[in-house]
Design a binder for this molecule. Structure first.
Ligand code: ADP
Length: 488
């Protein structure tokens, strides 16, 4: 699939440190999850290269922060335009290494690039304050200054957007970055880094370290321990988030954490059932169910329960599963064998505990080298099942039945996670009550799609710390400084 790029030079297989493309004697193989075939090899870097990249970022910081916000925004604007100009190639690279359908990959390029555009604009709006002084001989000011060298560790499910959502606000604020993309999907990340170079990013301002799983742990330790790195932003599992938080304690690092979810999707009797089915399709099966905001538990009220599950199952049974490059495919492969095993374990557990399988429930295209799982709908799920507690991260929709609003809210909140939640209702009172009662950082009401660059994305409870995107997104990367002017 990578032989067909319009600009083959976007297929970078070196890492980027201090403006130089670097190689390594040790490499990491990158595979196509739809075929199992080898796509490319990238350097397997470790602790030493992490130190080099941090030092390069530290050297680049003074000049980058000294640029005017308009100048920094100008470089970012060119980067945004290049990302959009090369959207087709970026999408091909993404589908090849990550597996999502090409149309979804194109959607992610637009979404990922939108953060670069948004924060290029927001760079100019990092306003300070003047505070009325309680002492007539003093004047009180608040400056907002870049926090310093920032690190970003990102996952494979959104190989571009999870990088730009962190890197763009950091760059806009005046901070250089060291990025460690996921070991499964470095090629999209490196292509984006190449375009940043073409846009005129100065050496050392944007560094990208590739590695395998073990090397990523080593790099993570250096990024966390370094006193030069002032902020670490991570998107990934809650388990790894906890490790990074503990490792960052000695250096009192600022942290942005976007961790796991266990999203409830509630359909009340007064909902538009067809719209709810449509929303569930979008929320559940996008990226083969591998997003942290995917509906994980569908709660449907008695009065519409059977109608909803039947209509959902009909739609899901008709979904086309296959390589993301094939025309009309809606569900691509899962990222790896472990993902497939976890999904099957959740389905087997639910069936053993009394769930009713309406469609799916099996591995597809066995022997193709791909990791395909049939989109699945399970009715009569209950709280004792694994899928009620853990994020499935696959194309499986367990449907739970409920009777009252209070019961639905209690069930939805009965988890340590709190990223996204959804509900469908046409009653304005209920929309406010339930919207306020759900313990989630993001609540979709009568929609299954909630992400965009202008709104704050992030979770409560053990789903993380901080918000990305929106005008709040840049706050993570600026420190307030209080200037007290005396003897006036
Ligand atoms: P997922 O379950 O989505 O693969 P992970 O949390 O395992 O998510 O990984 C997300 C990112 O974190 C990847 O870039 C991975 O390489 C990195 N990572 C995983 N474990 C560690 C660790 N102990 N230290 C630093 N980075 C890590």
């Amino acid at each position: 699939p990578l032989a067909q790029l319009q600009d083959p030079s976007l297929l970078k297989t070196q890492a980027l440190i201090d403006g130089h493309w670097v190689e390594s004697a040790n490499t990491v193989p990158i595979h196509d999850p739809a075929t199992g075939r080898l796509l490319a090899q990238v350097p397997r870097l470790g602790a030493a290269e992490a130190e080099t990249a941090i030092a390069a970022a530290e050297r680049a910081w003074p000049a980058w922060r000294a640029l005017t916000a308009k100048q920094r925004g100008g470089v970012m604007r060119r980067w945004f335009e290049l990302l959009m100009q090369h959207a087709d190639d970026l999408a091909r690279i993404m589908t090849a290494e990550q597996g999502k359908p090409l149309a979804e990959a194109k959607g992610e390029v637009t979404y990922g690039a939108s953060f670069v555009e948004w924060f290029a604009e927001e760079a100019k709006r990092v306003y300070g304050e003047t505070i009325p002084s309680p002492d007539p001989t003093k004047r009180l000011l608040v400056l907002r200054q870049p926090v310093g060298v920032c690190a970003a560790i990102t996952p494979w499910n959104f190989p571009l957007a999870m990088i730009t959502r962190k890197v763009a606000p950091a760059l806009a604020a005046g901070c250089p970055v060291v990025i460690k993309p996921a070991e499964q999907t470095p090629l999209t990340a490196l292509a984006a880094a190449e375009l940043a170079q073409r846009a005129g990013m100065p050496p050392g301002v944007l560094n990208m370290l590739t590695s395998d799983a073990a090397g990523s742990v080593d790099i993570g330790k250096v990024l966390c321990a370094s006193p030069v790195v002032r902020h670490l932003s991570f998107t990934g599992s809650t388990e790894v988030g906890r490790i990074l938080m503990a490792q960052s304690a000695p250096s009192i690092k600022k942290l942005g954490l976007e961790l796991g979810g266990n999203a409830p999707f509630i359909v009340f009797d007064d909902a538009d059932v067809d719209a709810a089915v449509e929303g569930a399709m979008q929320s559940k099966y996008r990226n083969a169910g591998q997003t942290c905001v995917c509906a994980n538990r569908l709660y449907v009220q008695d009065g519409v329960y059977e109608t909803f599950v039947q209509r959902l199952a009909e739609r899901v049974a008709g979904m086309k599963v296959g390589s993301g490059f094939d025309e009309g495919v809606q569900v691509g492969p899962l990222i790896d064998d472990q993902a497939l095993t976890k999904v099957q374990r959740h389905v087997d557990d639910a069936l053993a505990k009394g769930a009713r399988m309406l469609t799916g429930g099996k591995v597809l295209h066995a022997g193709s080298g791909g990791r395909f799982y049939a989109p699945t709908v399970l009715a009569d799920a209950h709280a004792g099942m694994l899928c009620a507690r853990e994020e499935t991260f696959g194309p499986v929709a367990p449907v739970f039945r409920f009777s009252t609003e209070d019961e639905a809210i209690a069930a939805a909140n009965a988890t340590e996670f709190g990223l996204a939640g959804y509900f469908y209702s046409r009653d304005v009172g209920r929309i406010f009550r339930v919207g306020e009662a759900l313990e989630y950082g993001i609540v979709g009401v009568n929609t299954g799609l909630i992400s965009n660059e202008v709104a704050p994305f992030g979770g409560v409870k053990q789903s993380g710390l901080g918000r990305e995107g929106s005008h709040h997104g840049i706050d993570e990367y600026v420190e307030m400084k209080y200037l007290c002017l005396g003897a006036i």
